[in-house]
Structure formats: C-alpha cells, structure tokens
Design a protein around this ligand. Structure first.
Ligand SMILES: C[S@@+](CC[C@H](N)C(=O)[O-])C[C@H]1O[C@@H](n2cnc3c(N)ncnc32)[C@H](O)[C@@H]1O
Length: 425
C-alpha cells in the first residue's frame, strides 16, 4: 500500500469514537482507519491540536512503510534506522522506547532488538538508554515519565493492520495526568448525576463541531498545549475549526464537566440545569477551572432552566450535552420497570428537542449523549431517535463508522451513552 498521509493516531478503548471525532473535525476524506486500533490523518502532526482529542491516545509522525508486516521486517528496519538517525537528536543521552501494535511479538524479542541498537549507537560514541517493555505497547505513563516525546527521546511505533506495516514516531501522548486533575480534583462532584469522563466530554464537543459546517469557514490559530520537540519546527498554525467567540450550550450541564472542556477549547460556555444545586456546582467548578488552567474561552454563563421549556439567551452556535440518563441500574431491572423508565426519559427528550427546535438556527450542529440500555438481546435505544425528522432534525451519518458503534459503554454497565449527532433542519 502506498500511504501518503503524514500522521497516524492510536485510538482509545472504543476506536470508533476517536474516528468519528477526527472525521467531524477534519472531514472524512482526511481520515483513513488503519487496522482495529489506529487511523491515518492527512494533517501534519504539528498542525493538530492533540490536547482537544478525547478519542485518541497518541499522535505519531509516519516515518516509513516497512517492507513486510512481520516482526522480523520491523526488527531489521529498527536495527538499521536507529543508528542511522541518532545524529539528528541533540547532544546528550538518547532515550529510546518501542511500541509494537498489530504484530505478535514477545517483549523479550523487542528487548533483544533494542539492546543490539543500543550497542550500535554506543559504538558511535553516544550514550543511550532503552525503556523496557512490560507489554508490546508502552503505556502513556511510560512514554511520559521517560520523556519519550522530548527532544532527546524517541518512541518508535511499529504499527500494522495485518497486511502492511509502518514505522512512526510519537509526537504527542495523551495527557493522563491533566485528565485526572480535571476530573478528580474538581471541587464539586456528584456521583448521583454520573461522572462524565473529561475525555468523553471532549469527544462529545468535537462531534458537535464540523469542519464542513465551520460556521464562518474561517480557520482559527490555536497553539497546541504540548509542542512537538523531536521534530523540526514546522509552521505552528493549526487547522482547527473555529472555537473563539462561539457559544456552546449544554442544557443538562450537571456539575459542568462538558462546560469545563468547552472553555478549555476556547468556546464561550453556556450551561443550564433544572436543579439549583447543579447550577451552583457548575459555577463553582468553572471558577476553579479558570483559576487552575489556561482557559481560552472568554465568557461563561450558567443559569437555572428546565430544558423542556426554558428560553435560552441567544446566540447559540452549537450544542453539546450529556442529557438526563434516567434511573441508574446495577443490574437489569424487571422489564416493566425498565420500560417505565424508558418512557419517562423518552418523553423528556421529546419535549426538550421540541423546545430546542424553535430556538436554534437551521444548520446548528448538536451532539447529545443520550441513554441506551444494554440487554441480552442488544441495546435498547431511546424511541424518539426514530422520530428526529418529524421534530426538525437530521441525524448525521459518518463515513467511517456506523452509528451503532457510537455507544460509550463499559462491561457490566446497563446504561450506556449513545452519541447522537444532529443538524437542525
Ligand atoms: C447525566 S447528568 C449530566 C451530567 C453532566 N454532564 C456533568 O458533567 O455533571 C444530567 C443532568 O440533567 C439534569 N436534568 C434532569 N432533567 C432536566 C431538565 N428537564 N432540564 C434540565 N436539566 C435536567 C439533572 O439535574 C442532571 O444534572
């Protein structure tokens, strides 16, 4: 395969979510899924604002296609490439780690290969350290703590779809500490309304943004939070859809996780919730995020409001929300009880969508994480999803993923979150 896309990303636990997010931000033509855990992207790595991507775990620059999709081909390539390229790294100790994805290999074989490369580099008069593999793929903590994305580090990634294989170099790795800080250190949390992980909040927001539907077709210049240092500095301009001066509404804002992430991305955050306590929590959390983090969004507005009848302030440029998920279940309840809950939640969503439809402009893009219930015979969807057109919305179809793959769900969970992307008709 001749592959000319310059960038490859490894994806999170539910790869379809990461693919849909990239498709939304950059257009389907610039995304090419590769194997089960990765995707090519036709955007230079330095122009991607990786910090906003909730569905990807690392972003790599593609270096070369390997002659074959086998560990022996990868090993021979590494043995030659590593000593050939050490001179491009600034003076000082070089730290090397290798991740192998999609090719079966014993960690001992990776170690043997790296020890050989270490010897060859040492013979050139340079000190080098290798990161031991506990598994074929290094985890984010290993990449971060060994500074493998710094100017004196390399994480070399061998990645294969079974038929072809590529060598790539990690430029960004997901900021696991940042995500944990934004999640667990928030002053106001409430397990009862559920805990939306910040990464999932980012994906929901990114699905509500569209390159194609970019409100002004203007491109914003956003600095990436983590700068690539191992590669020559290219133009730092970023081809991100615009966020500045756009109002993002979350009508079920709860404790404000989604608003926090929207603010960090540069949106003006606007949240409403039925419960006064949630409004207070969101306000408290938004103060906190502005104190502790580099928030790009200019304004925040949070008020009390029942989403089924509230009149929101204009303008509203886009909507992203984890809506009301209904009863939480530890195990599947009796059929009648479940149906009663579904009927209630469905009616609330129907009223909300009817109320919203009168208040947003044609073309407004909306991403809602709504409940889907996991049963032995598959997921039960919110019935109103079959009536979106009557309510004045078109559901967005993705080119590379099916809508059925966009349900965020953990094993043993009854209530999953179905990500539904709509455009107001
Ligand atoms: C699943 S939680 C959203 C959690 C939120 N994403 C967060 O980060 O905390 C759903 C929220 O919807 C609110 N809610 C329920 N019914 C509502 C209604 N009719 N209008 C507005 N908010 C409502 C609840 O108070 C709750 O805070």
């Amino acid at each position: 395969m001749k592959e000319s896309f310059p960038t490859i990303l490894t994806l999170g636990r539910q790869p379809s979510m990461g693919i849909a997010e990239l498709e939304s931000l950059y257009g389907a033509e610039n995304v090419k899924p590769y194997g089960t855990e990765a995707t090519f992207l036709n955007i230079e790595s330095s122009k991607v604002n990786f910090a906003r991507l909730g569905g990807s775990t690392r972003l790599c620059k593609v270096l070369a296609e390997l002659p074959a999709a086998s560990w022996s081909a990868a090993r021979d390539f590494l043995a030659k490439t590593i000593p050939d390229h050490e001179k491009y790294v600034p003076e000082g100790k070089l730290t090397i780690g290798v991740s192998v994805i999609g090719i079966k290999v014993d960690t001992k074989d990776i170690e043997r290969c790296l020890l050989g490369a270490k010897k060859a580099v040492k013979a050139l008069g340079r000190s080098v350290r290798i990161v031991p593999n506990k598994t074929a793929e290094l985890n984010a903590a290993q990449v971060i703590h060994n500074n493998l994305t710094s100017s004196n580090g390399w994480e070399l990634v061998i990645i294969s779809n079974g038929a072809t294989a590529f060598l790539a170099q990690t430029v960004f790795i997901q900021d696991i500490e940042g995500y944990a800080a934004r999640d667990q250190a928030r002053p106001y949390r409430d397990a009862r309304v559920g805990m939306l992980p910040p990464k999932l909040a980012q994906t929901i927001i990114n699905l509500a943004v569209s390159k194609i539907n970019d409100h002004s077709s203007r491109l914003s210049v956003l600095g990436s939070r983590q700068q690539p240092t191992t590669l020559p500095t290219e133009a730092t301009q970023n081809l991100e859809p615009r966020t500045q001066n756009l109002v993002l509404l979350d009508p079920f804002c709860g404790t404000g996780v989604l608003l926090q992430e929207a603010s960090l991305m540069g949106f003006d955050a606007y949240g409403t919730d039925l419960e006064p306590r949630m409004v207070e929590y969101s306000i408290g959390n938004m103060h906190w995020i502005r104190e502790k983090f580099d928030v790009a969004g200019e304004t925040v507005r949070i008020e009390l409001g029942d989403a089924t009848e509230h009149k929101w302030q204009q303008p509203i440029d886009l909507l992203a929300s984890e809506t009301y998920l209904g009863q939480a279940y530890a195990s599947l309840p009796p059929q009648e009880q479940l149906q009663k809950n579904i009927r209630y939640v469905d009616s609330l969503h129907r009223k909300f969508l009817f109320n919203l439809q009168k208040q947003v402009k044609k073309g407004t893009r909306i991403c809602l994480a709504v409940p889907a219930w996991y049963t032995k015979s598959g997921f039960l969807h919110l019935p109103v999803l079959d009536h979106l057109q009557e309510l004045g919305y078109n559901r967005v179809k993705f080119v590379h993923v099916s809508k059925d793959d966009l349900i965020y769900h953990r094993e043993n969970q009854i209530v999953g979150r179905e990500l539904v992307v709509l455009v107001k008709d």
